[in-house]
Design a protein around this ligand. Sequence first.
Ligand SMILES: [Zn+2]
Length: 213
Amino acid sequence: MLIISHKSFLMYIYGQKVPFVAQKGRIDMRVTDNRYAGEISKFNLAVRMIGHEARTGTIRKCTGFSEDRIRKIFGTYFKQGDKTTVKRHRGKSPTQINNFVNSALHQSEATILACLFVYCGLLYLDKAQKGIASQRLDPIKLGERMCDAYETYRSVHPKPELCFEKAWSLYNALTRDKELFFAHCDNCGGPYIQDRYALDYAQCPFCDIKQSA
Ligand SMILES: [Zn+2]
């Protein structure tokens, strides 16, 4: 993960003006410390999300950056000559929930990721309503916590079945659309992600995998 220093960040956003203004001693603090810190958070989040090959629209929603600015960050930090180190995706994010439950392997990874959403503070289990609720987060915090969850998932799954955009899609299916929910396995008692409208045999993908091994 690339986190840039304050100095190179300033060089990035203000270009050649920084040394010129500094020489003349005319820096007035029009940019408040808070705003400055906020800009750095947004910039670092954009870099982190580009590294996960997030779609431009997703990065825009979290950072508020324009498409042009995201393209420039991509060009500056992820291009070596004509080659790029990560892919850029445009268009809409995938929304098919079938991808999360169509095999025991996919269902197990979706379950792990969903548990990491809880662990990283993206959502919580609402015991009163027996459902899943999203934490109220501003877009930057939401993006940062999604990166935390996805990076943890990647650290335990070096060859992941779910890309970063699918992680967002999973989050939306759980919290906004409520098409997926946490079911409980009759066999081991553990939670697993299930399609709300599918026939549920009350057996988790981990038990499925164990039994078929
Ligand atoms: Zn089980």
